[in-house]
Design a protein around this ligand. Structure first.
Ligand code: ZN
Length: 299
């Protein structure tokens, strides 16, 4: 049997930002078949596989199965970290309350690992969203670098339909961001501020200021702040919240890590916390209640 190194697997996975391939949990072989189910306490029935090479059973998603810490410690850490405690403060809290010694690096690793896992899952679900989308970008200070964080919010549910992370703001990045933002739901329009790269990105993408996708027409509206003095206030609270939380994050040091942390913040916003105005989680308003229970990250 080959040596399993969980940390190595984790960094391989997060560095390249892609899903691990399904392979035998014991010998890494891909010579396996579906065979039966395993009953789990929190995740219901999950598919079991039988490896023809080492003749053992395994499941594709071992989840918390092999983790050294309890699932409660892990999910609580993720929740508190994204709700604005730095991993250093978190580590001390855990020590006080559970006599559990956790390094702040493992807390960051958990946040990144499970953010990606949850992201891959929720991206496959369908959502009932409203007709008005508001998109904006904001500067993120990553160790002196002025990175851009882009987000598109459906006004009705306050669901963030897409986030994008880049080291600069230009037409190309705007194109990538906009084309993904309108993929979920059936928006009538998407409104941005008057930054030059938005209209140019629209023209490049669609040869017009309208997007046609799936027989639908999505209009591009521009809110010119300098002329109207009206900010994109409908989603400003969402941005304020995220910017607030970014200030204390150590995980934003490196360029590979920052986008994953932002994905985690998006999940925290869409699925974990109630929105202050609507008093609901955006996912519930979008028809995906998911029945997550009280510990929503664990759910
Ligand atoms: Zn095997």
């Amino acid at each position: 049997m080959k040596n399993r190194n969980e940390n190595k697997n984790l960094s391989e996975w997060t560095d390249k930002n892609k899903k691990p391939k399904c392979k035998c949990f014991h010998c890494k072989s891909i010579n396996f078949i579906k065979k039966g189910f395993r009953k789990t306490e929190h995740r219901g029935k999950i598919q079991k596989y039988y490896c023809k090479d080492c003749q053992r059973f395994f499941t594709n998603d071992e989840g918390f199965y092999r983790m050294r810490y309890s699932s409660t410690t892990i999910t609580l850490s993720i929740d508190m970290y994204l709700a604005n405690l730095s991993s250093r403060k978190m580590r001390n809290q855990l020590k006080r309350h559970f006599q559990t010694k956790v390094s702040n690096m493992s807390i960051l690793d958990w946040v990144r690992k499970y953010s990606l896992k949850v992201h891959n899952f929720v991206e496959k679900l369908g959502y009932n969203l409203g007709k008005e989308y508001f998109a904006d970008e904001t500067m993120i200070n990553r160790e002196g670098h002025k990175d851009r964080f882009w987000a598109c919010v459906d006004y009705q549910t306050r669901f963030i339909t897409w986030v994008h992370y880049s080291i600069e703001g230009n037409i190309n990045e705007a194109k990538k961001f906009i084309s993904k933002s309108v993929k979920k739901g059936k928006p009538k329009f998407i409104q941005t501020d008057s930054a030059q790269f938005y209209p140019k990105a629209f023209k490049k993408l669609f040869y017009t200021n309208k997007i046609y996708h799936g027989g639908l027409k999505v209009e591009h509206k521009i809110q010119n702040v300098r002329r109207t003095h009206i900010h994109n206030y409908k989603i400003e609270t969402v941005f304020m919240k995220i910017k607030d939380r970014v200030n204390d994050f150590r995980g934003l040091k490196s360029l590979w890590s920052a986008p994953i942390i932002m994905v985690g913040l998006t999940i925290q916003h869409n699925f974990i916390e109630e929105h202050t105005t609507t008093k609901n989680q955006p996912c519930s308003l979008a028809g995906q209640d998911l029945d997550l229970g009280d510990n929503r990250w664990l759910g």
